[in-house]
Design a protein around this ligand. Sequence first.
Ligand code: GDP
Length: 459
Amino acid sequence: MQTTQTIAAIATALTNSGIGIIRVSGEDSLEIMDQIFRPEKKDLKLSECKGYTVHYGHIEENGEVIDEVLVMVMRAPHSYTTENTAEIDCHGGVLVMKRILQAVLNHGARLAEPGEFTKRAFLGGRIDLSQAEAVMDLIEAKNDYAMESSIAQLRGTLSEKIRKLREKILYETAFIETALDDPEHISLDGYPEKLRSRLLPLIAEMKEAEKNFGSGRVIREGIKTVILGKPNVGKSSLMNALLGEERAIVTDIAGTTRDTLEENLRVRGISLNIIDTAGIRDTDNTVEKIGVEKARDLVEKADLILYLIDGSKELDDNDREIIEMIRDRKCIVILNKTDLDLKITQERAEQETGQYVIPVSAKEKTGIEKIEDRIEEMFLSGGIDFNDEVVITNVRHQNAVREAKNSLEMVVRSIDDGMPEDFFTIDLMNAYEQLGTILGEELGDDLANEIFARFCMGK
Ligand code: GDP
């Protein structure tokens, strides 16, 4: 892979805006800039400027002025990519940005691939792979928690934990290898037991991280939520009540089919992705009408079920069907229409459903806060401290941790079976390598390309 060729891309959004930035990175970036930048200060050359300096002037090509700009100079290795970098701060018109980019390309740079700047930061050793991935997560963060977790990962909290685990594993491998090489001086008597007691906490830590993955994913992607209940029980009204003042940020993720229609709403900074809102809109979302299978499927897919009971009516077969389905699922049972004469008390509803029941009136917007409290409690019990826990939000990391944990469990099994020590090292090294993939060590080109291709242009 040739990393020295200079690359360029528009780094800001391709819409008309106040300011646009064109980023140029690579060995020749400043020399290329000198060919098209006419500085206000006559004899100034960007290729001779110090890093972290800003220069005023014009971008010109073939004697024609394209725009008035500021150029920021960063010198290797003190830049995002670790290479010489220029950032052209121009007026944010789409045409202007494209013309400047074209001028840079005409003078020797090539168009950057998506994520290529970050890839260079990774290849230049400034960040590891988990940090590179955090950059993308940060850009894509849809809620406060997702943002906080990516910032923590970007700062290296996950990498540090993984490195510590790896160090411990490597230490044991090295010890076994040395002892096997030099049995006269280093004895392995009683060592397997010691190793066992040292591995168990590591396995426990990995298990914990695996368990956290669920909430990590939920935080990043939002909670897949299904609202169940008979027609006219108040599902749409509840959604509107939960939307509250935040209506403006609601987005319809327009699906091609009715099934994939999703609506995103935020509760205390947590995203709820309400699935099958189409069903709700059509007031069609009853077990009777959509079929037990479909409802079961929705329940199966959901991280959270909001089940509404109409307090002004007796429970019917529809309700009983749902109650059966939601047993043992993460569910909030809501007794709606408490502003009317109640046919069902909270106590009765709790007996029937076997779950804690929250009385609300979607119409008068009472009790809505209790639902929000409960969601917060269920998904962020005690809050998540991104600095202390290993929070895994990425499937790739999740798989690596699971593989590593399996390998360590194999070591423990070998110890229990009284296998010889050189058996341990194979699985120890396996665990070590698996954890290494999180940091991007022993990373194949294919995977690297796949990961960085998911980035946006100019990042
Ligand atoms: P959905 O079919 O489950 O989506 O139900 P809707 O939200 O469309 O509500 C059906 C009807 O019940 C509407 O006329 C609402 O105004 C009414 N409704 C919803 N929630 C309440 C409530 O808490 N109290 C009362 N009195 N009426 C409600």
